[in-house]
Design a protein around this ligand. Structure first.
Ligand code: NAD
Length: 511
């Protein structure tokens, strides 16, 4: 039976709510200087969902001070206490999953069934996962001979300043909050100005289960409170997810302050189809995976979108025809409608940006456009809706094939030779994800070995699996999150303690 969001829930999310406060020091907090930002639903153009604080430097000061004050207590407790809190929160979030899914569908425009609901489940799983591995924050003992105790400790870094993007706010919050807290850090999270509502609701749901100040969530513009948070002297570690240009400025600020920074940035990921994955038996499965990998159900607004599709000449036309046929069948519509496959883009700026890229593609000499999303009949929809676009016989050197469009636009590029296609796949300043469609295991693994990306999937196109290491190479970022290794690398320091055990250290009370 198809799941349906209760109509009362949808109505309450779309009814204008009272101003939604931040979470600072365990308390609801408005903006110090009284300025607010209106949050609108991109799928219902102009509809105001509510207002959130436009935090400034003073609000950042308060949040960082709260996190600093909470840090000694939180790091000192036995890991089982942190574990219990995170597991309890996972249960609470799970109990509110449908509400969170509807809320995130409303402020992001992402469709409820294929995107917002699964994202909420990932959030729950991440709290459960990091709660589960809280005991793994441990060191090693060196066999240093008699009279020596030499051991390392994994210690929390301190106060984490985390900045989130709008495209999958719950999943990215789940990458950062439970990982930082499990390791004994406290955190100040800045939600994206375009999609803050579900993150604020997560904060509200977490708050009763955490000591005050352990989790703080603020809202506002990047250049105001985002930049102030990264630059704040009380922040010991930066965890940023967003675009590469902003990531660069964040890294510069963190670098000047000499604090560690994890950066999860943009991508232009290759998706390569070998002929043996496009036989009549496998065509459907492969094309489904290619479309999933392109994240069309998030309107292509995904850092891991496999937006450069490399098709072998022998199967080029057949795969392309099937891709286009399937995309024509995808339903663009209201994100809250269970039948919708693709919701709306996030805002006017992003909509215009994507249209500009499409305009550039259409004007490119020699281009073929088997599907132009700007021509899709979207009558009856009022928002930033756009159908999928496919440019065929593209060249890997075109701007369309090099820049992250962050919209439902795919470029298809022909290839003949393995070395040639791997070289094209790697000819990018990005290196986040990659998709290999090949049933010759030897060839597939050889390709996975040579592709310069932080994450390669073979014959599947789904999202990150909780517990996997995730992060980019080249300009797609620095550092890993999502996994135990990511938590240890990103949210702990190693301290070495070397002790000479001498007779005088023996307990004077004796045995
Ligand atoms: P963005 O870089 O514009 O903004 C991201 C966040 O940074 C927002 O909260 C914003 O307010 C804040 N910000 C902006 N300027 C800032 C500054 N000077 N200092 C501090 N913070 C600042 O990105 P976006 O448009 O929100 O998200 C889309 C981008 O994020 C895409 O490039 C996408 O690839 C990337 N992304 C990457 C991943 C990943 O895991 N690698 C995941 C999701 C999104």
């Amino acid at each position: 039976m198809t799941q349906q969001a209760p109509s009362t829930l949808v109505a309450s999310v779309f009814s204008r709510r009272p101003d939604v406060p931040m979470l600072v020091g365990g308390q609801s907090a408005g903006p110090e200087d009284g300025r607010w930002i209106e949050v609108t639903a991109p799928s219902r153009a102009g509809h105001v969902l509510g207002r959130v604080p436009r935090a400034g430097a003073t609000d950042v000061d308060r949040a960082v001070a709260a996190a600093r004050a909470a840090f000694p207590g939180w790091r000192a407790v036995h890991f089982t206490e942190r574990q219990r809190a995170l597991l309890t929160i996972a249960d609470v979030l799970e109990a509110h999953a449908e509400e969170l899914a509807v809320l995130t569908a409303a402020d992001t425009g992402n469709a409820l069934r294929p995107q917002a609901r699964p994202e909420t489940q990932t959030l729950v799983s991440l709290f459960r996962y990091f709660g589960g591995v809280a005991s793994e924050v441990k060191g090693v003992v060196l066999p240093a001979g008699d009279g020596q105790l030499q051991f390392s400790r994994r210690e929390p870094v301190g106060v984490v300043g985390a900045v989130l993007p709008w495209n999958s706010p719950l999943m990215i919050a789940g990458m950062k909050i439970p990982a930082a807290l499990a390791a004994g850090n406290t955190i100040v999270v800045k939600a994206a100005e375009d999609a803050p509502l579900s993150v604020l609701r997560v904060a509200e749901l977490c708050s009763p289960h955490l000591p005050p100040g352990v989790l703080n969530v603020i809202t506002g513009y990047g250049t105001e409170c985002g930049a102030a948070l990264i630059a704040h002297a009380g922040v010991d570690k930066v965890s940023f997810t967003g675009s590469t240009p902003v990531g660069r400025t964040v890294a510069e600020t963190a670098g000047r302050r000499l604090v560690p920074a994890s950066l999860e940035l943009g991508g232009k990921s290759p998706c390569i189809v070998w002929p043996d994955a496009a036989t009549s038996e496998l065509m459907d499965e492969t094309v489904t995976g290619v479309l999933t990998g392109m994240r069309f159900t998030r309107q292509g607004q995904s850092c891991t979108a496999g937006s450069r599709l490399f098709l072998h000449e022998d199967v080029y036309d057949d795969v392309l025809d099937t891709v286009v046929e399937r995309l024509r069948e995808m339903r663009v519509g209201d994100p809250l409608d269970e039948a919708t496959d693709m919701g709306s883009l996030i805002n006017q700026k992003q909509y215009d940006r994507v249209r500009d890229y499409i305009g550039e593609g259409l004007a490119e000499p020699g281009i073929q456009t088997p599907l132009d999303g700007t021509q899709r009949d979207l009558s009856g929809l009022e928002g930033y809706y756009m159908g999928p676009t496919v440019f065929s016989r593209a060249d890997n050197t075109w701007r369309l094939a090099r820049e992250e469009i962050f919209g439902p636009v795919m470029v298809v590029i022909p290839w003949r030779d393995d070395d040639e296609v791997i070289a094209m796949a790697n000819d990018s300043h990005y290196g986040l994800a990659a998709y290999v469609w090949c049933h010759d295991l030897n060839r597939a693994l050889h390709a996975a070995d040579r592709i310069e990306s932080g994450w390669v999937q073979v014959n599947q196109g789904g999202g990150q699996i909780v517990g996997q290491s995730y992060g980019g190479m080249k300009e797609s970022g620095i550092g890993r999150e999502f996994s135990l290794e990511g938590m240890l690398e990103s949210f702990t320091h190693i301290k070495q303690v070397n002790v000479r055990i001498s007779p005088s250290m023996v307990n004077p009370a004796g045995p």
